[in-house]
Each structure stands twice: as C-alpha cells, then as structure tokens.
Design a protein around this ligand. Sequence first.
Ligand code: ATP
Length: 368
Amino acid sequence: MAQVTLEGIRKVYDNGFVAVHGVDLVVNDGEFVVLVGPSGCGKSTTLRIVAGLESLSGGTLKIGDRIVNDVPPKERDIAMVFQNYALYPHMTVFENLAFALKLRKLPAAEIDERVRKTAEILGLTPILESRPKQLSGGQRQRVAIGRAIVRDPQVFLFDEPLSNLDAKLRVQMRREIAKIHRQLSATMIYVTHDQVEAMTMGDRIVVMNAGRVEQVDTPLELYDHPQTLFVASFIGSPAMNFFHGTIAGARFVAAEDPGIAFPLSAAQAGRLAGFDGKRVVAGVRPEEVRVADVHEPTSSARFTLQLDAIEPLGNEVVIYAGGQKHDVTVRMAPRPLPEVGAPIELTVRPERVHYFDAETSRLLSSAE
Ligand code: ATP
C-alpha cells in the first residue's frame, strides 16, 4: 500500500473551465479518505486525475515516492471501482475476478489462490460459477469490488460505487467496504456526493466546493468544528440553522427579528472582538434548538415561532418553525407530538452557537 500526495493539483478543461483549483492533500498509507461535495465540485475530476484518466494542468501527483504525473493508468498500480461497473456477462464470477490476473499472465495456481481468497473476503465463494445476470445488484457490486481487490493494488479508488443500489443495500455495502478496508489496511480514496456515506466510512473527509478544498478533517471534527459556512451547511442532516445578523454589545441579534438574540459567552466575546456592528452568521445545529421546558438554564436565549410542519420519524421528530422568514429546524424527542400551527417557544444555549464572518464565510467562533 502507498501514500498518495496531491500538491497544487489543477485541472483546466479544453473549454477553459477550471474544474480543480489547486488541491493539496496527503492520503496516508492505509487511510480511507472520502472526497465529498455537491455535483460539479470537482471530486470526480480529482479522483480521475489520481487514476490517470484525466491529465493534470498543474501540480504534482505522487503515489508512494514516485511522481506519476505522466505515468499511464496501467502503470500506476491502482484499481478503480465505478458506479457503472461493467462485468463481463459471458464469464462466470470466477472468470470475472481472474480476468486481470490472466492478462498479467500469472501462473494458474496463483490466480486460483487469489480469486478464492478474494471471494472468501466478499462472501462470493458460493456463487463463483454463476454468471452476472444470475446475481443481485449487491452481489454484482461485490464482484466489481472483488476485481479491484484481486489485483492487490497500491491504492483503491471508488467513484460513487453505491449510487445504483437501493437504500438498504447501500447501508450494507457501506459496512462491507469499511470492513474490507480494515481487513486489507488498504489506502482508499472514495468519492461520493452523499454526506452520510462520507461520515460513516471515512477516516478523514475532504469537503470540496467549486473546485476547491474547504476542509479536511475526521467526521466528528467536521461536524463539531466546521471551518466555513459551506462545510457547516453541507455536513449534517437536517442541516444547521443559520441566522443572519449583527453583533451588538455582548449579543448577536438576528437581522429579521430582534426577538432572536443570543448573548455571547466571555470566550465568544473574546473571539468576536472587533466585530461589534459587523454582519455575522450564527449557526445552530437542529439538536441544539430545544423546545423550552422547566429544565432549561436561565442563560439560554428564548424565542417563540409558529410551528409549520412536523416529521415524526419514530425515534425523533423533526419540526420546522417560523415560516419563510426563519425556517428553523429542530430535532426533538419523539413524543408527545407538538401541534402544527401553534406557537412554540424555543431555546438555544449561547455556547452552542457557531459564528461565521458573513463576508468571508469563515468560522469566527466554534460552538463550545
Ligand atoms: P458529479 O457528482 O456530478 O460527477 P463532481 O463533483 O464529481 O460532480 P466533476 O465530474 O469532477 O464533478 O466535474 C467538475 C466540473 O467540471 C463540472 O462543472 C463539470 O461540468 C466540469 N467538467 C467535467 N468534465 C468536463 C469536460 N470534459 N470539459 C469541460 N468541463 C468538464
């Protein structure tokens, strides 16, 4: 296995469009790194550059200690699994798995051993003699992953490999890929637009936006300490609530409703020194907005909105309050269900608020 190093990677397509604006990233040996971001953010282009399927317009790409900028894909010792995996329909599972090794002219006994070992890891042993059309979607995807494993590459690359599977199978395959990663201690780079997939699989996550890296961190660091408004809004479902407003004295006051005001803790006031009168964005996770009750500390901010909609999910209820003006999302205990259309008093503990600079979108003060 090997480390993958991207230094100032740029991609300008022939039409002049800059898809990747200079990405710096080190994927450590044996690490599982997920590139995540909305459609068009450049994550697939970045992965395809690592695979050698796209040329670089600038920067340096290393696999291990070797600079591979101009090394053809076949000689990079990587294996890639795509969303649209094409298995050979006329070959059995065994033959599909063995194909790349046969091309390499490995001895038959070694091919047999490697295929059987891979089949064992993926639970494909009972279906080695089946053909792809006899398999379920999940089994086919496992064969596609098996074709990568059997080659014993230095690096595995995955481009949205689970997008074609139904929701239940995706959850199952997520666990399987994470398990394979642990078993093989393999270096893996995985691209997805699905933040839940990213959060549940990655050792570290690279959040991309418009061809740039916004933040690289572990899943929980991204959730707890998003460094930009983009990361704060992209990671977490339901998404973080945002209030645009200003700092006035030792308080944040929402622009559209002075009734929504969060006092600043001493630490927050320190970090926001110099922002008095300036525009900031306050961010509060849905589980940090609570329905007011007698246990709420007196230091909490309180405000009353109208309850617009509820989503009873069984284990929790997501409620939407305040209409178009605020649209505050709250995650709360499943029962008793609140009443739609009624006013609801909500509270926020001041120390649980993130503050971002409205001009630069950068974090000013993280929740404590
Ligand atoms: P998706 O999940 O939709 O694939 P992505 O984040 O993987 O999104 P890329 O496929 O990397 O995005 O594309 C990044 C940007 O580059 C997009 O705006 C896309 O339209 C553009 N792009 C991709 N290929 C080309 C090309 N051959 N010529 C010009 N622009 C391209």
